[in-house]
Design a protein around this ligand. Structure first.
Ligand code: SF4
Length: 330
């Protein structure tokens, strides 16, 4: 439930903003000139704000579409990301957004038409080459769909752009908009998983795997391509058994031929984010693990990282052809 809404003064009459303010009619509405006044000050307590984040309705003015990090990719020739929202409904202890942003409030950029224009221009620059657009970089693509209508809008944009691929990456069991719409080829609905005991221990507010597997199955049966994301891989003593169990649960519940791509990646975080997370959660066991810092990134010691990547790759290869496997490594 959203109890506080900040809104940039210039957006008071914006239809998406008005609709949301009417919907949350009991919320406190506070005007600001620019979202950064509320979102950027450094003396904010991310952990406290995460209990009841406010919604900040804002307009993005530039950099609608950005090049994706090098390691991103699920088979397209070019890769970009775009963020209609900053921050997430869920609260995973390893999430890099906690290090990236000073505030846990949700910033929602309502000027979808400008994003759409930039996406079309980016696609045009690459003529007939395939271009991937990732929408789950700074947020979860579907978790706040009932507030933002994001997927409902952008599915229609990508339906008209056959060389552009949209990845909706989510830990949400939300399905409504996907089941209402006619599927098309160039959209991948990608579900992120960790083994259930890890999900329960460190992915706060994320629904159980079984709920999401059920939703994924419905979405696939409706005709959408699905993706599986095992990134980051989280270490624990019995990680081998837990990941084998997870793969059994997932692959026995879906049509493997209808899986577009499976990606996996080691646990890694910019070291400066890691230091911030450790301060936020000094009791957190995950963050007390031994990490190595290489080129500013904190990750498990190389030998352990290699061992986990090799093991998981080998297990996944038992379920999925090699050409659908995309390791995400820097
Ligand atoms: S679901 Fe993804 S974006 Fe949301 S808190 Fe977890 S890791 Fe972060």
């Amino acid at each position: 439930m959203i109890e506080t809404i900040y809104i940039e003064a210039a957006l008071r009459q914006h239809p998406r903003a008005q609709h949301t303010i009417q919907r949350y009619s009991t919320a406190r509405v506070i005007c600001c000139e620019h979202y950064a006044e509320v979102f950027n000050p450094s003396a904010q307590n991310f952990r406290l704000q995460k209990i009841k984040p406010a919604l900040i309705i804002a307009e993005k003015h530039n950099k609608y579409v950005l090049p994706a990090p090098d390691a991103y990719g699920i088979g397209m020739q070019h890769n970009y990301y775009f963020s209609h929202m900053l921050n997430c409904l869920y609260d995973c202890r390893y999430c890099f957004l906690q290090g990236r942003f000073a505030s846990a409030n949700y910033v929602w950029f309502v000027n979808y038409e400008d994003f759409s224009q930039a996406i079309q221009e980016t696609v045009a620059e690459h003529q007939s080459e395939s271009v991937g657009f990732y929408s789950g970089y700074d947020c979860d693509s579907l978790a706040l769909e009932s507030v933002t209508g994001f997927a409902g809008y952008f599915l229609d944009v990508f339906r008209q752009l056959p060389t552009a691929w949209l990845e909706l990456r989510s830990k949400s069991p939300y399905t409504r908009v996907l089941l209402q719409q006619q599927p098309f080829n160039n959209c991948v609905v990608a579900y992120s998983f960790t083994p259930e005991p890890i999900n329960q221990a460190i992915e706060y507010k994320v629904p159980p795997n079984q709920a999401r597997i059920k939703s994924m199955n419905k979405v696939q049966q409706h005709g959408w391509s699905i993706g599986l994301r095992f990134d980051p891989l989280i270490y624990c003593d019995n990680y081998r058994a837990l990941y084998c169990q997870l793969f059994h649960e997932v692959f026995s519940s879906i049509d493997v031929d209808g899986v577009h791509s499976v990606s996996l990646g080691p646990f890694r975080l910019p070291d400066r984010y890691m230091r911030k997370l450790k301060k936020l959660y000094p009791q957190e066991k995950l963050l007390a693990s031994t990490f190595e810092v290489k080129q500013g990134m904190a990750s498990y010691p190389q030998q352990l990282e290699d061992e986990m990547m090799d093991f998981v790759t080998s297990e996944l290869s038992k379920h999925i052809p090699q050409q659908k496997l995309f390791p995400c490594v820097n």
